[in-house]
Every structure is written in structure tokens, then in C-alpha cells.
Design a protein around this ligand. Structure first.
Ligand SMILES: NC(=O)c1ccc[n+]([C@@H]2O[C@H](COP(=O)([O-])OP(=O)(O)OC[C@H]3O[C@@H](n4cnc5c(N)ncnc54)[C@H](O)[C@@H]3O)[C@@H](O)[C@H]2O)c1
Length: 373
């Protein structure tokens, strides 16, 4: 199969959908890789590495999209990419269609087959192509939280690790899922005083088993959240209720009562945020101070570490992309339930119940709700 990897053109996006090692894997399986010139530059991956891996470097993105049978991307198609969609093309990328009516319509009109990373789901309900980015965001949350606490950013001027004779900072992590446990490992690793809360006792038991006595695990309820946040220097919000907006665990009144110059890193901001005071920010202007607390609410945190994020993402996607290339999309979907759940749009119809629910007026596959909804 001819596999195309275009350069990402969405603002601030520096990741690329395939590493040189991934390109070599496709070539070893007998496929042809068309790689847009410079597509790996933002992740520190020069064209020469892709050439060595056996890829063909292509200058014209229109040509690449027209020639490829399978296009691997990171972000959803934007701007001119929408007009490159066509029948017979298989697109595998993050799509987030429920929040994108224009793209959903463009995909339907094009007749293309669109597979979304974020809805590829294993039988146990886990989302293996979302997890790597949650891990990156979780680990990053302590790094950016430490920066927020610096005096010049409006923070309390606290060094999270403390020093000899001075106590470390107090970090409170809301949610002990992928992002929360990743944040917890970094915070504990630098010697902060860490408390993590979740409503799921199995998740707390896991953290306790892995990190032993280095962190406090606390059941999440209103009283405990309030007590911990009032004592915190840094609060990291990572709660998620799948398919719903994040619960607002921090009321405005609670934020106002927190220590002056404390910080909130709201990783859950892409689902609405864990605090009433959170509003989305971007890497150009990532923080603001509200109720005396520094807020960091960037919706695409992994974007500032594209090198690590590209490798983490492609580690997770490569096996599934190879399945599609090796067997063809029809046979791959027929044999893999996980891949089947990634199918969002095909042949002019919505194929995913979540997307169908978001756009009741758009064409959908027959019997979609009863079959999957
Ligand atoms: N901002 C970014 O750049 C970025 C990047 C990656 C992921 N995310 C977001 O981070 C969030 C977390 O992702 P994840 O993969 O870690 O999810 P996850 O499902 O692994 O973890 C979420 C955890 O929240 C817990 N939870 C639910 N309600 C709670 C409550 N009331 N109190 C305490 N805990 C509660 C759940 O039990 C679960 O353990 C998601 O919203 C995801 O979209 C954001």
C-alpha cells in the first residue's frame, strides 16, 4: 500500500505521524512511504533519516494526498487539507469529530474512510491511542506547575523539591488515571509532598502499590478535595468522566480561599476543566491569574515537547496502521474490534455512535444506534 505522511499545518503543531523507525517498518512490510519534505523537522527528525529508512520525500502535499492510499496524520485535517479528502482514501489521525461539524460534513461529502485515534478502544474500554498523550501531559504538568510557582509568574516563589532545612511544596493531584499517576510519579520523584485523590479505590490502590509510602492516597469527595486544595501549593486537575464534561471539583469560592500565589494546572481543560475558574489557554500565552491563583490551562500540552510526543504517539499507532496497510482497511476492520471502533466516517456516512449523536441531521450508517449506541 502507498502510505502518505504529510507535514502538519495546524497552528502550533510540531509532531509528525511517523518516525523513521516506523517508516522502515512499513518498507519492511512491502509498502511504499511518501513523506512530505520537512514534516519531521519540528520533532527533530530530518528528511535524511526517512530517506535512509526507505521513504520517498515528496515536495508537493497535493501530490502526496492524491497518490497515497492511507494517510497518517496527527491532527484533524484543516484548511486546504479538507479539499484533499476523496473517496478511496483511508485517513488515520486524531479527529475529535463530535466537536467539528465542518470537518464531519467534509468527510461525508468526500466519501473517504476516516479512522480516529481517539475512539480506537480495546474490549476493556481503554483508549490506547489517547493514553500516550495523557502520560506526556501528566508528566509535563509538574514541570509547568513548578514554573507557575516561580515568583515572576505570579506564583508563591516555592521550589517544589524544597532544600535542606526547608520543606518541599505540597502537590495535590485530582484523578489517578493515566495523566494523574504520571504527574504523581514526577512529583514524588522530585521530592514534593504529594497527595492524589480519586473516586476509584482500585486506582488509589495501584498508586499506593507502585509508589509505596512516598505519596498520600485520599478518596475524592467534597470535604477531602476542599481540605487538600486549601493546603496545596500546586493543584493538578486530571479528572475524566468518559464522554462527559469534566466535573468541576474546584468552585470559584474554593479557589479564592486557596493560598495566595498557589497554582492550578488544569490538564482536564480539553474536557471543560476541573475548576470553575479554568478557561482554555495556548502555548503563546499559557497562564493567567484569577482569585490570586496562577492558572495553566493549555489544551494541547504535548505540543511543547514534540520530540517525545511524536515517539510516544507513533509507538502506539504503528501496529494498528500496519494492520490497515497489510490487510487493507476492510479486512483489518473485520478482524479487529478495536480498529472497528475507530471508524468514524465511511462512504458518505457517519459510522460512530458518538459522532452520530452529535449531528443527528447528518447521514449515518443504517442501524447505527441499535448496533452500537
Ligand atoms: N491538556 C492536554 O493537553 C491534555 C493532554 C492529554 C490528556 N488530557 C486530558 O486529561 C484528562 C485525563 O486523561 P486520562 O487519560 O488520565 O484519563 P483517565 O480516565 O485515565 O483518568 C481519569 C481519572 O479521573 C478519575 N475521576 C473521575 N471523577 C473523579 C472525581 N470526582 N474525583 C477524583 N477523580 C475522579 C477517574 O476515576 C479516573 O481514574 C482527560 O480529560 C484528557 O482529555 C489533556
Amino acid at each position: 500500500m502507498r502510505v502518505g505522511v504529510p507535514r502538519e499545518i495546524k497552528a502550533e503543531e510540531k509532531r509528525v505521524a511517523l518516525t523513521p523507525a516506523g517508516a522502515a517498518a512499513f518498507v519492511a512490510h512491502g509498502h511504499e512511504v511518501l513523506f512530505e519534505r520537512g514534516a519531521g523537522a519540528g520533532s527533530g527528525l530530518p528528511d535524511a533519516r526517512y530517506l535512509e529508512a526507505g521513504a520517498r520525500i515528496v515536495d508537493d502535499p497535493d501530490r502526496l494526498w492524491a497518490d497515497a492510499e492511507l494517510v497518517l496524520k496527527v491532527k484533524e485535517p484543516v484548511g486546504p487539507e479538507m479539499s484533499r479528502l476523496r473517496r478511496g482514501l483511508v485517513l488515520f489521525t486524531y479527529l475529535h469529530l463530535a466537536a467539528g461539524e465542518e470537518l464531519t460534513r467534509a468527510l461525508i461529502d468526500s466519501g473517504a474512510t476516516a479512522l480516529a485515534y481517539e475512539t480506537l478502544q480495546l474490549d476493556d474500554g481503554s483508549l490506547p491511542l489517547l493514553a500516550p498523550m495523557s502520560e506526556v501531559a501528566g508528566r509535563l504538568s509538574i514541570q509547568v506547575g513548578a514554573w507557575c510557582l516561580e515568583h515572576q509568574n505570579g506564583g508563591r516563589g516555592i521550589l517544589l523539591s524544597g532544600v535542606s532545612g526547608v520543606k518541599p511544596g505540597r502537590v495535590v493531584i485530582l484523578g489517578a488515571g493515566i495523566a494523574g499517576t504520571s504527574a504523581c510519579q514526577v512529583a514524588a520523584g522530585i521530592g514534593a509532598d504529594v497527595t492524589i485523590l480519586d473516586v476509584n479505590s482500585a486506582r488509589l490502590r495501584y498508586v499506593r502499590d507502585v509508589l509505596g509510602g512516598h505519596v498520600n492516597t485520599v478518596m475524592s469527595n467534597r470535604a477531602n478535595v476542599e481540605e487538600e486544595c486549601l493546603a496545596a501549593d500546586l493543584v493538578v486537575g486530571t479528572v475524566l468522566i468518559p464522554g462527559a464534561r469534566a466535573p468541576k471539583l474546584l468552585s470559584r469560592a474554593l479557589v479564592a480561599a486557596m493560598k495566595d500565589g498557589a497554582a492550578i494546572v488544569d490538564v482536564s481543560i480539553d474536557q471543560g476543566g476541573s475548576s470553575e475558574t479554568s478557561r482554555p489557554t495556548n502555548h503563546d500565552d499559557p497562564i493567567y491569574v484569577e482569585e490570586g491563583v496562577v492558572h495553566y490551562c493549555v489544551t494541547n500540552m504535548p505540543g511543547i515537547v514534540p520530540h517525545t510526543s511524536t515517539h510516544a504517539l507513533t509507538n502506539a499507532t504503528l501496529g494498528y496502521a500496519l494492520q490497515v496497510a497489510d490487510h487493507g482497511v476492510g479486512a483489518a476492520l473485520a478482524t479487529s474490534a478495536a480498529l472497528r471502533r475507530s471508524l468514524n466516517v465511511d462512504d458518505g456516512r457517519i459510522e460512530h455512535p458518538g459522532v452520530a449523536a452529535a449531528f443527528p441531521g447528518l447521514p449515518r450508517a443504517e442501524g447505527l444506534e441499535t448496533a452500537r449506541g
